[in-house]
Design a protein around this ligand. Structure first.
Ligand code: HEC
Ligand code: HEC
Ligand code: HEC
Length: 421
């Protein structure tokens, strides 16, 4: 679980206090506090591109780096400090060096970056847009925190190896709008394929770890979770979602009938998508609608909706009894949230898809998401007296109570989730 403690989102109270404070200032002082347009644009883009979530260690100074990325078979790498510190950060870089790192994956001294940094997607941004991000980063307080050394295995340890990778999978470039499509569609394509780098998680990878362009946004495993199919397939993708539900899920992390974003998607919503304006969210919806349908077995789930208001659980199995004691305090027997709608999990794909992969992950790791009304937390259930078998039984109950899925090997699934990076 990333991204909870490190966030600097002001509380609602802080926000109100800030507004009250501003309104007591003389008009010119309030005006002077408005950042220049390029800084403002850079901040918006940095959010759309989710730079902070990767470049911040849990509980650490924003953008001071240190978050570890464990790529099985390749090694561990750390996102660097990109605050304006002249030695530990990027304060001494020229704008062009910054643009080359973000759009081409080449840092000063021909240091080829690994694609854990989504530069192939960021190449969709223009040089000018990336310079705006730099202008925003330059306004942050510098941090002298040193980035730990990567420990990457041979041959990946040779950075120039990435030259070949780039030839195979490498950065595209910004491209002109498609005149045959609407302005909204073009904006949506830019946001999804560029700063949003949705495909980095939602598109399956080829043997060389590049994105498989024949299965764009067709769903993929990522960090032990499943990033679901986003194509317009009706059963395994987003084809059956209404525009409104999709816009609501993207901008708030929840849509009734589709559950609540958890895992990495909770980070994407909490740090990035919820800051996008309504037009941009709408543009992404328009673009996602146009992705040709692709049927994926792993994402198929047939929902079984327990009757609304059902307060009796069929307490005949161990799993059902455990659900009643461990889960029903927040999610009622019919799956509606007791404290807030974020706890309403009815209809969520994770209740059954991919042999309950994300369901098991959320039990083992918990999840948390920043929302406009505070952090929504799903606690994890490891330790606290619940064995692997208990978690497996809970998962099996959830899968069969809410969906028609047939759980198999759930204890192994729990152990696998505990091993995931
Ligand atoms: C998914 C995680 C992730 C996201 C999102 C991300 N980065 Fe990175 N970034 C990394 C990692 C990991 C590295 C180091 C890669 C390496 O060691 O080769 C890196 C490297 C960099 C570097 C090179 C720093 C150096 O010292 O060489 C810069 C600059 C950078 N990122 C800027 C950005 C900006 C700006 C954004 C948003 C537009 C961003 N990153 C988004 C993970 C990420
Ligand atoms: C860092 C990885 C990552 C990135 C980047 C990412 N996603 Fe996701 N996404 C996930 C995961 C994991 C899930 C499953 C979440 C869950 O189980 O609650 C998910 C779920 C979703 C869902 C719900 C699908 C369903 O059937 O329930 C939508 C919609 C979605 N993502 C859209 C997007 C869009 C649009 C972008 C780009 C702006 C994006 N995602 C970027 C990892 C990611
Ligand atoms: C303290 C309240 C609380 C308890 C107890 C709790 N949950 Fe949750 N659960 C939440 C919240 C809040 C979310 C939304 C998570 C987020 O924002 O990332 C959630 C999300 C979920 C999801 C949706 C994940 C997705 O990807 O769509 C599932 C499934 C789930 N919980 C199952 C369970 C099960 C099973 C138990 C019992 C072992 C349980 N929860 C116990 C509060 C709770």
């Amino acid at each position: 679980m990333h991204g909870i403690s490190k966030n600097r989102i002001p509380t609602l109270f802080g926000l109100l206090a800030g507004v009250a404070f501003l309104s007591t200032l003389p008009a010119h002082a309030a005006h002077a506090a408005t950042p220049p347009a390029n800084v403002e644009n850079g901040r918006y883009l940095a959010r759309a591109a989710d730079c902070e979530v990767c470049h911040t260690e849990e509980g650490g100074t924003p953008y001071a780096g240190g978050r570890a990325f464990n790529l099985p078979g390749i090694g561990v790498m750390y996102a660097p400090n990109i605050t304006p510190d002249k030695t530990a950060g990027i304060g001494a870089w020229t704008d062009q060096q910054f643009v080359d790192a973000v759009r081409k994956g080449i840092s000063p001294g021909w240091k080829h970056l690994y694609p854990a940094m989504p530069y192939p997607a960021y190449a969709r941004m223009s040089d000018a847009q990336v310079r705006d991000i730099r202008a925003y980063l330059a306004t942050l307080p510098p941090s002298s925190k040193k980035t730990p050394e990567n420990s990457v295995k041979f041959p990946f340890s040779i950075r120039s190896f990435m030259v070949f990778w780039n030839i195979l999978n490498g950065p595209a470039s910004s491209y002109p709008d498609d005149p045959g499509k609407s302005a909204e569609w073009n904006r949506g394509r830019y946001l999804v394929e560029g700063p949003g780098h949705c495909g980095d998680c939602h598109t399956p990878r080829t043997l060389s770890f590049g994105l498989d362009s024949s299965k764009t946004l067709g769903g993929s495993p990522v960090n032990g979770w499943r990033a679901y199919n986003l194509t317009s397939d009706k059963l395994s993708g987003l084809g059956a979602w209404s525009d409104q539900d999709l816009a609501q899920y993207l901008s708030t992390g929840h849509a009734d009938g589709h559950g609540t974003a958890s895992g990495d998607m909770a980070d994407v919503v909490g740090h990035s998508l919820r800051y996008l304006n309504e037009q941009d969210i709408h543009a992404m919806v328009v673009y996602l609608r146009s992705i040709p349908p692709l049927r994926t077995e792993a994402d198929l789930v047939e929902r079984k909706t327990p009757p609304a208001g059902d307060s009796t659980l069929p307490q005949t199995t161990r799993g059902a009894r455990l659900y009643a004691s461990a889960c029903a305090g927040c999610h009622t027997a019919d799956g509606t949230g007791r404290q807030s709608s974020f706890g309403t999990i009815t209809g969520a794909r994770s209740l059954g898809a991919d042999n309950g992969r994300n369901l098991v992950q959320v039990l083992v790791q918990g999840s948390g998401m920043q929302t406009a009304t505070g952090v929504q937390i799903m606690p994890h259930f490891t330790g606290g007296g619940l064995s692997d078998r208990d978690l497996a039984d809970i998962a099996s109950f959830v899968m069969t109570h809410f969906t028609t899925a047939t759980p198999h090997n759930m204890e192994q699934a729990v152990r696998d989730a505990k091993q995931a990076p």
